[in-house]
Write a new protein. Sequence first.
Length: 557
Amino acid sequence: MDAAVAIDPVDNVVHVPERASTPWVPVTFEQSLAAAALRWPDREALVIDGARWTFGRLQCEAQRVARALVAHGVAPGDHVGICTGNRVEWVSFFLGAALAGAVTVPVNTRFKADELRYCLAQADVTLLAVADRFLKVDFIAMLRGIEPAVDAALPGAALPRLRHVAVLGEDIPAGASGWDAFLAAGEALPVPSGRAAPGSVVLIQYTSGSTSFPKGVQLSHDNMLRNADAIADRIGLEAGDRYFSARPFFHVAGTTLSILAALSRGSCLVSTPVFDAGTSLDGIEAERCTFLSGNDPMFQMMLSHPSLPSRKLVLRGGWGSCTPQMMQAAEETLGMKICHAYGLSEASPNVCMSDWRDPPEKRWNSYALPLPGLSVRMVDAQTGRAVPAGATGEIQVKGWSLMQGYYGMPEQTAQTFTADGWLRTGDLGTFDAQGRMHFIGRIKEVFRVGGENVAPAEVEDLLLRHPAVAQAQVVGVPDARLGEVGAAYVVLREGADLSPAELIEWTRPRIANFKVPRHAKVVDGFEAIGMTASVKVQKNRLREHALRDFGLEKEAK
């Protein structure tokens, strides 16, 4: 840091000043890509599923996409969607759309038909790049069910704004074009340039939509590039590093914290179409990756993979959003300095990231300073008043990383910001004496046991200390006497034996009584219950599962 952290003990605000030694200069994707291609034209930029592109090749492919979009009538500010797994074409489309001045709308490949219809319609998508099939999902059949005109000529009645579909694959409807034909349409045109400013919206990121249909977060070139640069600095990413990230590109952890972080430093991004522990370890070893990102399930699957002891890995750094136990295990087993990240899509996405030079106990226990130029405060979520230093409150953020609102949703946007411009995150946290923020959990996930608040993450941290437990998830469920109590689901380590009753008894002397789970179940995994594409357990679906498992459906009504 160039200057001391500013801490206001009265209003419980922490601010990290801008870096005076390397002040940020706002740029566009076009400028950032051009700088990387000029500086490292022959250095590998992407290695994904057998494809290898240099920075020079990446710029050329992005320019081809930009010309093709212009040829198909895409104007600056138009919205273009992409629906496919991680692949080099996803990256070239994303960067090419930015060169054309367009706004990319990443489509979650786990969306069902209604969710896809909503996303394309609500975002006013005018052109869609889509894989014909991915993960056994027939997206062309899904698209035909949504907009039958794709088999004749677009636009149609169901999606009147959608004018063109470009297909990555062999199943190409009559009203669409194949990827090669899509690119060929723009080959004779000049490369578009200067069609966006640093403050122009470049991405509409749909939130998870765990309780309702998703909201489209609008992020600018400057939001994303500045965030990527800041986290690359915090984790120590450098030119020539090889950075493995299987984070889905349709999340901001895939765009900002993977694609753009690597681009900002001249690092090679190594990825896979989907996460698989064995395949990921193959890539990390074969490509001699030096950096890695992941979350609890990702790290757990890799750390427990039978091939890990025989691997020759050269990892030295990375980041994750994990429990303290997993952060420590990942660092000590993989030989890397791992940094903790906290953020949300509305903040493009990172707010706080620990520094690779921080003491291990700070990094492992999720104590991290805000990024330079951002301010973070803790307030009472009900009253909006500042809570005392060291107390738990809602995390609120102000500064350059904040979104330009939810697309087409002015009321929801207004509700997300305070009158004086702070972003309400809906998360709970606290500060330590040095101003490092400690993330506690989601306000919506916190449940009340006899009037006492319980954060699931705290109980999960304890359960993971049991030597037999590999993964743990906790949700609140109804209780006639206490209002709510905890229900725990655990996955055991290979060869371990532990009953639900034994697990509950083990927690009693180690945590306050009201935090002790009243229900527990051992499961083989969480895939059948519901996981996101980022390999995170969906708490809302887990709670529904718990109501059935423990016979509590009547109490929930």
